[in-house]
Write a protein that binds this ligand. Sequence first.
Ligand SMILES: [Zn+2]
Ligand SMILES: [Zn+2]
Length: 369
Amino acid sequence: MSEWVELAGNMHMHTPYSDGEKWHADIARDAIQSGLDFIIVTDHNVWVDGIEGYYENGNGRVLLLSGEEVHNPRRQPQASHFLAYGAERELAPFAHDPQQLINQTNANGGCGFLAHPHEGDPEPLLDLPNLGWHDWEIDNFTGLELWNYMSSFADIVKEHARRLPIQNKLLAKLVALRLALHPEKYIIGPNPQTLAFWDELLAQGKQIAVVGNSDAHGTPMNLGPIHRIIYPYEFCFRAINTHILIPKLLNGDLARDKKMILDAISKGNSWVGYDMAYPTKGFRFSGQGVNKGIIGDKIQLDAGATLQVRASTRANIRLIRHGEVVAQIENETHLTHIPVEEGAYRAECTIQYEGKERGWIYSNPIYLW
Ligand SMILES: [Zn+2]
Ligand SMILES: [Zn+2]
């Protein structure tokens, strides 16, 4: 089997077409600066045509693709945001009916993920809503946005604001600002409810891919004389990313390169990495049974089957099947396991960072059958 090519990308961000601050070319520059290979811009309820392609400068190049984050704007309070990639058309007209939205995304050759599916309760002092997914009677979506950086941050702010001795707007804002100065101290991992929900779907025999994203807006926060961007695109692109494995090097042919990237995302040949804690580049999860496979693949189980995890630095590595840890090792770079049962196996790594054990890598499953 040829060597797979790893690309790092971010697939959830906004421009002034909706509520972001920077335009595509500037975001592309930030992505190059952060070392990303591709980005997918997902403005709210607008699929922006004509901006896809390679953006380059003296520091490198990045492939910019156009996706969309769709929600029903008439709904109050707002909920159920959906990320669509590769559908090549405006999907906002289907926003009122989540199942129709999913079906239309699929019918147009795209794939779709429930964005930040679980969020904390609304925080009125700071006007922070719960934008989680609320329409659970759905099927046939590609996967879940397992870890969304801005959503994780908002949940931490909500938690701290709720614990204040007095419920005061200014005090809550000061707390938010304090947290915003050192987010890495507070970010621990994906929302546990989303992790549990994913394991539940996998246990039901479904193939569900996950992605991890920034949801960068570059929004300024103003508090009297204090003005701070929460958070710059570049900062976000160094935090939670999705790393994918594709069969061949990108060659600059937009249609070809785009297809490889979208295939990897929809099949889950990828992992979610908290690159700020330590670069996740070089992580691998592979399996050998009757056939060989990488993350996201289906492998036929036989007596000699093995699963192997390799991390780019020492970490606590766990192999999880349908919510249960089937193998684990501490402070190591490799884990090998001989599976005896069918099912979806996913690898998870945690690492010491900023004085605490943090979620670091969440791989998509290898499916044994
Ligand atoms: Zn959203
Ligand atoms: Zn968003």
